[in-house]
Design a binder for this molecule. Structure first.
Ligand SMILES: [Zn+2]
Length: 83
């Protein structure tokens, strides 16, 4: 695992990865085990963390669970090096 990635302040055991929304390319940081989301301008602290489900539901104007009719790959994708 790349040492340059920040560790998750919530679960302390793995890295926070760069992701983006597929519709408009908006960047965010995601810890894909505890589903913590941070926007690029935010410090990676627990107080600033949002839950992916809430962020996606708000973006897509869905009430409740946004994953009943879609999967992560429909909405978000990891940002890989060199793109
Ligand atoms: Zn975490």
């Amino acid at each position: 695992m790349p040492a340059s990635l920040p560790t998750c302040p919530r679960c302390h055991q793995d890295w926070v990865y760069p992701y983006r929304f597929k519709d408009d390319g908006a960047d965010f940081s995601l810890r894909n085990e505890c589903d913590s989301v941070w926007w690029p301008h935010q410090v990676l602290e627990i107080a600033n963390a949002r839950f992916l489900d809430d962020v996606v539901a708000a973006r897509l104007r869905v009430n409740g669970n946004p994953w009943e009719t879609r999967v992560w790959a429909d909405v978000i994708e990891p940002v890989s090096e060199g793109h």
